[in-house]
Design a protein around this ligand. Structure first.
Ligand code: GDP
Ligand code: MN
Length: 383
């Protein structure tokens, strides 16, 4: 799960990483009242999960209420690379002396963590890596050893920061590592980490991606989630509420499959036979009537859907159970489009037999993934 900047700052604050204090606003009046309360000058920052907000005009300094109103009016509702700004974060403006970069992430090839620290922050790290790779101090971290105080200091010293910033940065990177490792994040990135004119080092921006596989350990993440999806696709919000792995797309064939790999293959097959998928939806293992009903309910909200392709390969999931689920679901949900069903694997024969009893022009059995995809696309295209 990717966090918005303001959530990232809240997250950092829990790990004692210094961040500017601020708050969020969703309307212009709220933004101005908040800016008044914080005291000028303030920075108004668009909250969208995409980089380069500054360049796009989504980050503005306001010296008084009039400017705050002007910028908040412009930024709220702004389209930044396809993301509409619904929320702004407002904080007290910083007097910047220098801008740095620091991040921790997983280096999959080395099976270790990777730290990156640079005195050249505020620009994209990819650009620094291309134009001046020596300006980045890399650090391999063995997850078993963690980041020791000594290693942190040696690393910071390699990065050639302003000497005034060194001690504070050594302390900060250790806290940031803790936020990354103990916090169960896949990525923490601070760009820029700043040295202010009055000699303080703190995180001016925050990019945090949490490891969804660790969500069970972090009930406190729910607060992040409810907001993150609020701004998203309506179908995805409903799917999230129902605990489904769903991604909305723009085609006409609704897809339900068990397992992410099979779901992807199903999308490819639909594409290959000349159709287009309306979604990705993985109902996972052990799909029962409730899960199938939930899946069909979500797909049913999609007005573009003209055919629904259900592709199940039984492993732990049994074909007969899925078939019973489909039959029940069809009775529960008033479907907008016909179902084309392919069941294979464990208890496929029993599953097909159950579907056979309920076969109609709305419930269609196909034996292979390819024939099912062809049938679904033909129906979706009105052929
Ligand atoms: P991004 O463009 O989405 O990465 O947003 P950032 O939060 O990194 O802000 C981009 C740039 O805006 C920073 O690198 C700073 O140069 C500038 N900026 C952000 N906040 C302040 C501030 O409080 N004061 C000043 N002077 N500049 C700021
Ligand atoms: Mn940034």
């Amino acid at each position: 799960m990717d966090l918005f900047e303001y959530q990232g700052k809240q997250y950092f604050a829990r790990y004692d990483i210094p961040v500017p204090t601020g708050d969020t606003a969703t309307t212009v009046d709220q933004a101005v009242a908040l800016a008044d309360k914080i005291g000028y000058p303030v920075v108004i920052k668009a909250q969208v999960q995409v980089g380069g907000r500054g360049k796009a005009g989504g980050i503005k300094l306001a010296s008084n209420a009039e400017e705050a109103r002007f910028h908040a009016t412009n930024i709220l509702g702004m389209d930044i690379k396809g993301h509409i700004v619904r929320l702004v974060w407002i904080e007290s403006a910083s007097d910047i002396e220098e801008e740095y970069y620091v991040s921790f992430t997983l280096d999959r090839s080395k099976k270790q963590f990777l730290g990156m620290l640079s005195a050249e922050g505020g620009v994209e790290i990819e650009t620094v890596a291309e134009t001046n790779p020596d300006a980045i101090a890399f650090l391999d971290i063995n997850p078993v050893d963690g980041l020791t105080a000594e290693a942190a200091r040696a690393w910071v010293e390699r990065a050639n920061l302003n000497p005034i910033a060194v001690d504070q940065t050594v302390a900060l990177v250790q806290k940031l590592y803790n936020a990354f490792n103990a916090g169960d994040a896949d990525l923490v990135e601070v760009n820029p980490l700043i040295l202010s004119k009055d000699g303080r080092v703190y995180a001016l921006d925050a990019k945090v991606s949490l490891d969804d596989s660790a969500a069970a350990r972090h009930p406190e993440w729910e607060a992040f989630r409810s907001v993150s999806v609020e701004a998203g696709d309506e179908r995805e919000i409903l799917a999230r509420e129902k605990g489904l792995q769903y991604i909305g797309l723009s085609g006409s064939v609704g897809i339900i499959a068990n397992g992410a790999g099979l779901a992807m293959s199903t999308l490819d097959t639909v594409q290959q036979v000349g159709g287009s998928a309306a979604n990705f939806l993985d109902i996972g293992g052990g799909a029962n009537a409730e899960v199938v009903t939930n899946a069909l309910t979500v797909i049913n909200t999609d007005e573009n859907v003209k055919a629904i392709l259900i592709n199940i390969f039984g492993g732990i999931t049994r074909g007969d159970e899925v078939a019973r689920g489909i039959v029940q679901a069809v009775q529960n949900v008033n479907l907008r489009a016909p179902l084309i069903i392919r069941i294979d694997g464990t208890n496929a024969v029993e599953g097909r037999a159950i579907l056979k009893q309920h076969e109609s022009d709305r419930v269609i059995n196909e034996e292979t993934m390819l024939s099912a995809a062809r049938r679904a696309v033909a129906i979706a295209e009105g052929k």
